[in-house]
Design a protein around this ligand. Sequence first.
Ligand code: AMP
Length: 139
Amino acid sequence: MGTIFSQIIDGDIPARIVYENETTIAFLDANPLAPGHTLVIPKEEYERLNDVPDDVATDLYATVHRLVPEVEASVDADASTVAFNNGEAAGQEVPHVHCHIVPRFEGDGGGPIHAVAGDAPDLSDDELDDIAEEIDSRV
Ligand code: AMP
């Protein structure tokens, strides 16, 4: 039993599909934050970004890259916020990785991506150096 997005892919529930290729599909969000709010997903179900294999990740980005300007143009947007809620603690509700393309408009009252986290931490230079070294050592 897949998520609701797998049911869309299988045609079991309706969706406003705006683009589809062999490995990815995009459809309008059912509860749009803005006109044109679009979700882009891999057809195979992976829960989080890091679960997606490299080749599918490449396809997913290519679809996002292709759609962003067309979504913006379709609703005459000034910009867009493009983001993943990657994990439950980050607000991911549907455990099938999906990229939100949210068209943005001058004066729409929304915030930047900086507004999504809680209180900003007060990190010293040493702490920042340690974090950067830790990440660098892992990739
Ligand atoms: P997230 O919180 O990142 O997991 O976002 C899940 C998104 O899926 C929400 O913006 C929902 O509005 C959207 N959504 C849930 N069910 C459907 C559906 N059947 N068709 C289109 N979008 C959906």
